[in-house]
Every structure is written in C-alpha cells, then in structure tokens.
Design a protein. Structure first.
Length: 256
C-alpha cells in the first residue's frame, strides 16, 4: 500500500464524514445500556450504566433523526438497533396501568433534606404548605431533628432517628402508629424504618429507606443487600405496603 493511501485511510478514520462520526458516537453510547443489562450483576461499575436509560435513549433517538435527515439509511438502521434496547426497558414507564378506584385518599411525601443543608425554615414551611398525612425525611441529624420539631404540633405521631452522618431520618404522621421497628441492614447496619399505621381504610405498613449510594464495590453490595431486605419485609405482609425514601437506585439497577 502506498504512503498516500495509508495517509488517506488514517485521515478517513480519525476525520470521518459527519454521518459516520454521529453513528460511531451513537454506537458507543448504545453499548452502555447493553453492558449494564447483561453484565450489571457481575460488576458494580457496569451496573451504573443502568441508571441512564432515558438519557441514552434520547441521545440515540437524536442521532437516528440526524442520520435519517442525512439519508444515511444503513447507519440509521444500525443506530435503530441499539436504540431498541433502552426503548424496551423504559417502555413500561409509558404504559398506563388499569385505574384503581380509591374511596379515600392520603398524601405521602418524602424528600432527602441533605444533612449539610441549612434551609431548615424552608423545609418546615414546605411541609406545612403541602400538608401530607405522612412524611419521611432521610439524612436527619440532631440539628435537623431540632429544626423539624415544630412540626409535632401538626403531626402528633412521629419517630426521630437522628444520627451523625447522612443516614438518620425523621418520620411524621397524622395517622396513628400501631407499631414501629428500625431494622439494621447489611454490614453497615443502616436503618430501615418499618411502621404499621392505621389509615381510614384500614391498617397498612410504611417502609422508609435510605441505603448508601453505589459509589464503590462495597457500597454497591451494601445497597443491594438493603434492597433485598426491603423485598423480604414486603413479602411478610398481607396488608398494603408503601415504600418511600431515597433508594440511591433506579428501576433498572440489578439490585432492583
């Protein structure tokens, strides 16, 4: 092969036509959800790719539309194949379940206050304005617990579990608490709240959870064990169960 042809080949590889460049980027992006789907249970880093199904689907769809506009039919077909994977996984989000007729309704809320956040008054104000029947607040320490205490005039039933760090919680309810249990999960023994409440339509169980984020191999395993414990607690119950909190997971993660 002549030096001129070699140079041309290198130039076409590193400086491809725009359509080829779009297809390469799309294929690279399309590999991530496949790796997460097939191998997410084998390695925690690959499981991280499972979080971003909607974003990857959007990027692949954009690439597909660009290639169709450029009439690059073969490359568009290739991208469409990769697009099918995240589309299949997110499709259940857009399938509306059969409506359930509920005679009485209750409002539940949960949000992570973020331990380092100091907007205590804003949090209390938001809770008073939205006025949920039950609210679960992860990441409550002693300072946050004290700041939230004015809510006790409206929520006579409450459970405080403040700890230093990011894994305490506060739970406030207008409904009577029939029983309560704080279940230590996995090696870190992070708390899973299990409260049995009396609602207008009968008894139900509330689970409040905040496992660690999957930032390392150990933490990823700890989170998955925590999620498994949640499933075990749900299976024990014959009454309705409501789960709320900050799970540090998406529905596509291996642990879910």
């Amino acid at each position: 092969m002549s030096p001129h042809l070699t140079l041309m080949s290198l130039r076409s590889f590193f400086l491809p036509k725009f359509s080829t460049l779009v297809a390469r980027i799309a294929v690279l992006a399309g590999i991530f959800p496949i790796l997460g789907w097939l191998l997410g249970g084998k390695h925690w880093l690959l499981d991280l790719f499972n979080h971003f199904q909607i974003q990857l689907a959007g990027a692949l769809l954009l690439a597909l539309l660009v290639l169709l506009c450029m009439k690059s039919w073969k490359l568009a077909g290739l991208v469409a194949v990769f697009l099918a994977v995240p589309v299949v996984r997110i499709a259940p989000l857009f399938i509306k379940p059969k409506p359930v007729i509920i005679e009485t309704s209750l409002r539940f809320a949960a949000f992570n206050v973020l331990t380092s956040n100091n907007r205590y008054d804003d949090a209390v104000k938001w809770i008073r304005e939205t006025d949920p029947h039950v609210i679960f607040l992860p990441e409550v320490n002693e300072v946050w617990g004290e700041a939230l205490s004015p809510l006790q005039d409206r929520y006579p039933h409450f459970i405080d579990h403040p700890v230093e760090g990011n894994f305490g919680f506060a739970f406030y309810s207008k409904l009577p608490i029939l029983s309560q249990e704080i279940i230590p999960c996995a090696q870190l023994e992070l708390p899973l709240l299990k409260a049995r409440l009396k609602g207008p339509a009968g008894e139900f169980v509330f689970l409040g959870a905040h496992p660690v984020p999957p930032a390392t191999a150990f933490w990823s395993e700890e989170r998955d064990i925590f999620l498994q414990r949640i499933a075990e607690e749900v299976k024990k119950e014959s009454v309705p169960v409501l789960l709320a909190g900050d799970l540090n997971a998406t529905r596509w993660n291996h642990g879910m």
